[in-house]
Design a protein around this ligand. Structure first.
Ligand SMILES: C[S@@+](CC[C@H](N)C(=O)[O-])C[C@H]1O[C@@H](n2cnc3c(N)ncnc32)[C@H](O)[C@@H]1O
Length: 274
């Protein structure tokens, strides 16, 4: 009995301890403690020992954040390169393309990104965008075909990506922002014409089952572009298109929304109209 009650009462304090230990590493200190504590609490609630819970949390942080992005060194030299480019569009574009190749999601998208953005934004007259769980995708702004006055707000749990995105926005003169936020804690306030959730749903669902669909439903935007990876990080297709696509189509239909869908080389994209 004591164990049951004790486990519940101790959970917040021990989740706090796990968070402190996990974030003491320079590899992880850019991740908000709210996310680490959430994962730690889930692992402790599953009855794991402190040691085992901490190990699981580190593994899950790798899966949801660290496996996609380059390390702090590469991202800080990207920010410096973007800063050094000042307002020179040619230099900024060159640095942005190099930056896109650093994050696994945008690297995979490079060969078809213009085609993809033309499908999502082309001639739709969107003047405000919110890019949720953005990674380095905002660096693709020069290839998006949006108007130069478009507002582009970006959100990610990783502040490392954020510093490169901020440097790029300053240099290019984009009316936009980067906010470090954990989407499991809630969505940012303020309406936009379109929200992007590119390759984000499988990651968000690893934090909490159903979080991805909740973001699509709750985000304050008339359109939502949602994409799914159709090739794994190793490059092998595994029937991922129908694995993710079929249930998402069902969710969209059940919500009474309409959508267009297009398959690209490594990504299945839905443009949902709510
Ligand atoms: C597969 S990547 C996709 C990046 C980008 N949307 C793209 O397609 O280029 C997943 C992104 O989700 C971010 N992420 C993970 N958990 C998050 C959370 N709880 N809140 C916000 N962003 C999160 C990661 O840092 C990473 O940049």
């Amino acid at each position: 009995m004591k164990l049951e009650g004790g486990k519940k009462d101790d959970a917040p304090r021990t989740a706090e301890g796990i968070s402190e230990s996990v974030l003491s590493s320079s590899m992880r200190k850019h991740i908000p403690s709210s996310l680490v504590k959430r994962l730690a609490k889930q692992e402790l609630d599953r009855g794991r020992s402190l040691r085992e819970a901490e190990k699981q949390v580190k593994g899950r942080l790798h899966q949801v954040v660290l496996s996609f992005e380059p390390g702090p060194k590469a991202l800080s030299s990207l920010s410096s390169r973007l800063d050094a480019a000042g307002h020179d569009r040619a230099l900024l574009k060159e640095a942005a393309r190099a930056g896109l190749a650093l994050h696994s999601s945008t690297k995979e998208r490079l060969p078809y990104m213009e085609e993809l953005f033309s499908f999502v934004f082309g001639k739709r007259g969107f003047s405000s965008v919110i890019d949720l769980a953005c990674g380095l995708n905002p660096l693709a702004f020069p290839w998006m075909g949006l108007s130069k006055d478009a507002v582009y707000d970006a959100v990610d749990v990783s502040d490392l990506c954020g510093s490169a995105v901020r440097s790029f926005f300053d240099g290019w003169g984009i009316r936009g922002s980067f906010t470090q936020a954990d989407l499991a804690e809630g969505l940012p306030k303020g309406g936009h014409d379109v929200a992007l959730l590119m390759k984000a749903l499988p990651t968000l669902d690893r934090i909490e089952q159903g979080l991805g669909y909740r973001c699509v439903k709750d985000v304050d935007a008339g359109h939502v572009a949602v994409s799914f990876p159709t090739a794994s990080l190793g490059g092998r297709r595994k029937g991922m298109e129908s694995f993710y696509g079929d249930s998402f189509e069902e969710f969209v239909r059940a919500s009474g929304w309409t959508y267009e869908k297009r398959a690209f080389l490594g990504e299945l994209v839905f443009l949902v109209r709510k």
